[in-house]
Design a protein around this ligand. Structure first.
Ligand SMILES: *Cc1c(COP(=O)(O)O)cnc(C)c1O
Ligand SMILES: [Zn+2]
Length: 402
């Protein structure tokens, strides 16, 4: 059970580009001055007095990510819209590790979330905060999983959801959105086109835009992946975290979460992980910009990949993603659809985890990083499987069954 009044240490909201601050008691989207991405900041000194490793350890896992409520933005228990998201297992991949010659390989398995993907984390927190701020109608462009999660939490909250989605979105996710009562608006083209359609109508129709990184709270849900990974490694950060990158909230969230633990003095060692972004070679704007030393991405024209979650031609938070990759001494790497399909097979057969294509891309990337000598055999490596392969069963049947 969550308390009636949550001791949220939410302090301020600031722009990651120009530093402007915004009132966290009001509805916020992007920076009103420069359009930059807004981040939430907490009173860390106060948080330190409320939270420690022992206390967290004693809270039941059944609270899911709300176990970390002091570092989340929601102030009243009654506004929390939850289905038990978070608290997913960090699974030791012993057999796969042996094959790859890695002693400490782990998989953070996000497929156990409600709606079968990590998108549930961000939308549980963002919809809860929307409810707290009195928002009645929300919308987003989605290539599937985010829309399904939005539909789920919005219906629980009694908020109307409108989702713009490309026509080639996997059927499972379209069914989910419909079953949860969202209004679906199908769009020709990619998620970028879907976003443009939403922008055209959102003011007229009074829709609050929950697009990736265009409101500050989805990231807050996703950062709890960083908390959980570190907690499960006995409060020591891993050496490498490999993450499939579309809009970038997962990668940015994990980095924000781990850095908050560092500031609170909850890390047993100074070490921070090297963050690795994986994209498909058919849509790799971050990989290209990273290796060209650029600060921003260019729009990727004609994106093509079997992994819809990472088919994002120009992530809104590109400058933040690129900064984190450089700051953490990580890298960005592209893998082909074929390599992704092989990785789905390999992970299923070695560890009994049927990953989504996006999640499988991290294993494809790991093969390449090992070939390039960028990872040591003794290092602690975490692959994030962002969702369940069952959501892509049509695709998997089509490509992988003999
Ligand atoms: C959305 C999505 C991603 C990419 O997520 P970002 O955090 O926005 O980069 C990866 N995997 C799956 C399954 C997704 O649905
Ligand atoms: Zn700004």
């Amino acid at each position: 059970m969550l308390p009636t009044r949550i001791n949220s240490t939410l302090k301020t909201i600031y722009c990651t580009r120009c530093g402007a601050t915004c009132d966290p008691n009001k509805i916020n989207t992007i920076c009103p001055k420069c359009g930059g991405v807004l981040y939430v900041d907490y009173d860390m000194e106060y948080a330190k007095t409320l939270m420690n490793c022992d206390l967290l350890g004693r809270r039941p896992r059944s609270l899911g990510l709300w176990r970390f409520m002091e570092l989340l933005p929601v102030k009243e228990g009654k506004n929390v819209v939850s289905l038990g998201e978070g608290a997913t297992p960090l699974i030791r991949a012993k057999r796969l590790g042996e094959i790859l010659g890695l002693k400490n390989l782990y998989i953070k398995d996000e497929s156990l979330n409600p709606t079968g993907t990590f998108k549930a984390r961000g939308l549980s927190v963002a919809v809860s905060k929307a409810l707290e701020l009195g928002i009645k109608k929300v919308g987003m462009p989605s290539s599937g999983n985010a829309g399904a999660a939005l539909a789920t939490y919005a219906t629980r909250a009694g908020i109307k959801a409108i989702i713009y989605t490309p026509k080639d979105t996997p059927k499972t996710m379209l069914t989910e959105m419909t079953m949860y009562g969202a209004e679906l608006r199908l769009v020709d083209g990619t998620i970028a086109d879907a976003g443009r359609e939403l922008s055209k109508v959102k003011d007229v129709e009074g829709i609050f835009d929950m697009s990736t990184m265009k409101e500050p709270y989805r990231l807050e849900g996703k950062k709890t992946m960083g908390y959980e990974i570190v907690e499960d490694l006995d409060w020591i950060a891993p050496d490498v975290i490999i993450y499939p990158t579309g809009g970038g909230t997962g990668l940015l969230g994990i980095w924000k979460g781990i850095n908050e633990l560092r500031v609170m003095g909850l890390l047993k060692e100074e070490k921070l992980p090297r963050m690795v972004s994986v994209q498909s070679s058919g849509c790799a704007p971050i990989v290209k910009a990273f290796h060209e030393g650029k600060e921003y991405t260019e729009v990727w024209t004609n994106p093509k990949t079997i992994a819809p979650g990472i088919k994002v031609p120009k992530p809104y938070a590109d400058y933040l993603i690129l900064k984190v990759l450089r700051e953490s001494k990580g890298t960005a790497i592209a893998v082909s659809d074929n390599e992704i399909l092989n990785a789905i097979k390999e992970l299923s057969k070695t560890e009994g985890i049927l990953p989504c294509p996006e999640g499988a891309s991290t294993l494809a990337a790991l093969h390449k990083l090992l070939e390039q000598g960028l990872i040591d055999k003794d290092e602690v490596v975490v692959l994030v499987n962002t969702g369940s392969g069952l959501k892509y069963i049509d695709l998997i049947n089509q490509y992988l069954l003999d």
